[in-house]
Write a protein that binds this ligand. Structure first.
Ligand SMILES: Cc1cc2nc3c(=O)[nH]c(=O)nc-3n(C[C@H](O)[C@H](O)[C@H](O)COP(=O)(O)OP(=O)(O)OC[C@H]3O[C@@H](n4cnc5c(N)ncnc54)[C@H](O)[C@@H]3O)c2cc1C
Length: 435
């Protein structure tokens, strides 16, 4: 058997480990067009803040490829895939045959079509090359465009480097896809107190300057700067897949089934490049987060090696706490209207609890949790996430779920009533305690 993996990050490495757990001897060729292998993208904001050095970004040790008997092709880009010939072609014209191929090409940073976007001093933060570019820029005034998680983290990173930082978001709140307005306003106050200037409801329309950026203009204001970090989103990198005839879903990711198979035989996909079933939304969605890429890679790898494994569905999770120094995380949807595939007869409830320093919200669909927001206190949010994954009716334990003293024992009645769904040994053990 010959395995070929395109990509060298979360999904790819997880797939390698899964393949080797089943198949010790077949060849694995792994291609990554980034020059440095085995670094964690999640840690790039810490690198840009000069809090972590390059070796500290590694999520596997340097001898990983030897240990797992992988032939790495680092800094090598795959130009095309030929499903009829079962081959991939590198940019320098070499061809490699595969029996099983994994597309783990991740996502590309979106570069918005704004006038002047090609000036020097403007960059996204996606690759290690982007991070090095930001690190090497001698700038004193930065503007970050887009206040999603990466934008907020980047703004704080640049602040930690001693720059004056302005964060511009076109929508009416920061972190618009991962928190609701109320949570976002609490977090905005925290980052403003740290020293970031936050401007919402303004859209960048021009980057001013000659060859180097000198200012960002919106319709109403102009902000001087010598560095612009673009954080307007990541889009699945499906160019290779599309050209090879692999089916792309409505949301722009590779369409996969629950075993991470694509529409073409012997080609699998995992990670940010693909759409998978999202448990809360009850439809396919691109949940571009590290833990989902790892899990999808694991399922793909096992299936590639002949072991039947099923991906149970993805769950969005975002935590901004480490960066803002204040606990804040969310899971699933943040508003009921994100459940666009809700059946007609279903009903939603939003239950909120606000104290001076905390905010907690859960969103229920027909009594099952489809989203949660935890600000100021995130302990025990894992219990709510676990109940969301299982999509069981939690109506009878809502007061306990909203309590700051939520305890695992409080949800035992739900686990017991759905013993068939909580069949894993860890749940059985707890239920067998007789408490
Ligand atoms: C700055 C930043 C911070 C983040 N923070 C968090 C966080 O706090 N928590 C979280 O859960 N997630 C976070 N993420 C998202 C997380 O990093 C991704 O979900 C995860 O990296 C996805 O892994 P992946 O393997 O699918 O793809 P990627 O990590 O995108 O890797 C894909 C790899 O494939 C390579 N590739 C693509 N095409 C080719 C080709 N044709 N030939 C060869 N190689 C190719 C790419 O260059 C890349 O190296 C963050 C992302 C960024 C950019």
């Amino acid at each position: 058997m010959k395995y070929v993996i395109i990509g060298g990050s979360a999904a790819a490495i997880s797939a390698v480990e899964a393949i080797r757990s089943v198949d010790e001897h077949s060849t694995i060729d792994l291609f990554s067009d980034e020059k440095i292998p085995l670094f964690s993208r999640v840690l790039l904001p810490y690198y840009v803040a000069e809090q972590l050095s390059k070796p500290m970004l590694n999520f596997r040790s340097a001898d990983f490829f030897d240990e797992f008997k992988v032939t790495p092709h680092i800094g090598v880009r795959i130009e095309s895939v030929s499903p009829d010939a079962n081959t991939v072609q590198t940019e320098d014209g070499n061809t490699y045959k595969y029996d099983k191929l994994l597309l783990a090409t991740g996502g590309d940073a979106i570069v918005p079509k704004i006038q002047g976007v090609d000036k020097q001093g403007i960059t996204p933060l996606k690759t290690i090359a982007d991070a090095d570019r930001v690190l090497n820029m001698k700038a004193s005034k930065a503007v970050v465009i887009g206040a999603g998680s990466i934008g907020v983290e980047s703004a704080i990173s640049l602040l930690k480097r001693g720059m004056k930082v302005t964060l511009i978001e076109q929508l009416g709140q920061i972190l618009p896809t991962v928190f609701d307005q109320e949570a976002a306003s609490i977090i905005q106050k925290v980052i403003e107190d740290m020293g970031v200037e936050v401007i919402t409801g303004e859209r960048a329309v021009e980057f001013k300057g000659n060859s180097r950026v000198m200012a960002v203009a919106t319709r109403d204001i102009t902000v001087d700067c010598d560095l612009v970090l673009l954080a307007v989103g990541i889009r699945p990198a499906v160019g290779l897949a599309r050209a090879a005839g692999v089916e792309i879903g409505e949301l722009g990711g590779i369409k996969t089934d629950s075993r991470m198979r694509t529409s073409i035989q012997n080609i699998y996909a995992a990670g940010d490049v693909c759409e998978t079933f999202d448990i809360a939304r009850n439809t396919h969605y691109v949940n571009a987060i590290w833990p989902m890429a790892v899990e999808e890679g694991r399922v793909a790898g096992l299936n590639m090696a002949g072991r039947k494994a099923v991906f149970p569905g993805s769950v969005r999770m975002n935590s901004i706490g480490n960066f803002v120094g204040f606990p804040a995380m969310s899971v699933g949807v943040t508003h009921p209207d994100e459940c666009t595939y809700a059946e007609e007869e279903c009903y939603f409830e939003e239950i909120k609890n606000r104290t001076k320093n905390t905010y907690k919200k859960i969103i229920l669909k027909n009594g099952c949790i489809v989203g949660g927001i935890f600000v100021g206190q995130t302990q025990k949010s894992g219990i709510i996430t676990m109940l969301m994954r299982k999509q069981v009716d939690v109506s009878e334990v809502i007061p306990a779920l909203m309590s700051p003293n939520l305890n695992f024992m409080d949800v035992l009645p739900v686990l017991r009533r759905h013993g068939d769904i909580f069949a894993e040994p860890e749940f059985k053990e707890i239920m067998d305690t007789g408490l």
